[in-house]
Design a protein. Structure first.
Length: 340
């Protein structure tokens, strides 16, 4: 029986059994008490006998006083949702723990999803030094692989922020006021409002990188994720609306902010890589693969001949978006084969 990988974030819940992946939005910081029912919804299409292989980042949600409190709330919620299913918890030491062990070793299981992906992906790079770039809705992860094993310089989120291996920038949820302080308009530099009027989702919509979803209201103003509404949200960044700015001007602003996103990704990636030599191989994952490709092309021309593998191409878009859950399912399957 194939284990189900489960990645519990602060804004999304993701599951995969190595064949199909499911991702649902869930604002953990708003409704932590509803996590068990949301997990039941997520797991409804999977076998109720399969083991659950779990990782998390949602413990950082500010509804919890501490990360330890967050980890333990998530563990209890998984137990409630799982019923009689076996539960294995991934930790940054590179192995699974029981729930009881994870309860005591919260620092090791907090924000360990990137490590699960790196551990599985390392199988694809058994020699030399390679790189994994995983860009999601909220964050970007850059993890080095050396001789077939993850080789991070940081293990906690705070350490990885310091090394550049974690960047809090994604392709949907990042406020644009955190991306650029000003933009060029009509031959003047105009300051941007420091308010959550628009997010990187709006850049993706306006530039054609993200498809419109009129039934998605997880936007800065609660209006649909369409290009027309994205244009209005972006105009608000300059304390304006679409009667003040032309479509061409808004496109230019979007391109300028997208270029700033690439610069931020490139800066973090450069610090994370920390080498002058090129990677042996680059593996791309997450729904922000387009941003990773654009950054590599624009900011790393010397890497243009490096072999680049896309999990979206290998697994399909849904399983690449849930790459950490997919990796967990595969790692847990290995555990079953080894009889652990």
């Amino acid at each position: 029986m194939t284990p189900i990988g489960l990645d519990i974030g602060g804004a999304h819940l993701k599951a995969s059994d190595g064949q199909s992946a499911v991702s649902i939005p869930f604002a953990l910081w708003k409704s932590p008490e509803q996590l068990p029912s949301a997990l039941r919804q997520l797991l409804a299409s999977y076998s109720k006998q399969a083991p659950l292989a779990v990782t998390m980042t949602g413990e950082l949600a500010d509804c919890f006083a501490t990360r330890t409190e967050g980890v333990r709330h998530i563990l209890k919620s998984v137990q409630t949702a799982a019923g009689l299913q076996a539960i294995w918890i991934w930790q940054t030491g590179g192995e699974f723990l029981t729930v009881d062990e994870a309860w005591e070793l919260t620092d090791l299981v907090a924000a360990a999803n990137w490590h699960a992906l790196a551990t599985w992906a390392a199988r694809m790079s058994p020699a030399g030094r390679s790189l994994i770039i995983d860009i999601g809705s909220t964050t970007s992860d850059f993890t080095c692989i050396e001789e077939g094993l993850p080789a991070p310089r940081g293990s906690t989120d705070r350490e990885r922020l310091t090394t550049g291996e974690l960047l809090y920038l994604g392709v949907r949820r990042t406020p644009l006021c955190a991306v650029a302080h000003s933009v060029r308009l009509r031959d003047q530099q105009v300051a941007c409002a420091r308010e959550v009027f628009a997010t990187t989702l709006d850049l993706g919509l306006l530039l054609g990188e993200i498809d419109e979803t009129p039934d998605n209201f997880a936007t800065a103003n609660g209006r649909p994720a369409t290009r027309a509404h994205a244009a209005d949200r972006l105009a608000r960044m300059l304390c304006s609306d679409c009667t003040d700015l032309t479509a061409e001007e808004l496109q230019a602003i979007a391109r300028e902010m997208a270029a700033e996103c690439r610069r931020l990704v490139a800066d973090s990636l450069t610090r994370a890589w920390g080498q002058t030599a090129r990677p042996e191989r680059i593996l791309l994952a997450g729904e922000g693969e387009f941003l990773a490709r654009q950054t590599l092309q624009a900011e790393f021309p010397d890497w243009k001949d490096v072999e680049t593998l896309s999990l979206a191409s290998l697994w399909g878009a849904a399983r690449s978006q849930a790459a950490c859950a997919e990796a967990l399912s595969r790692l847990a399957s290995e555990r079953l084969v080894q009889g652990q």
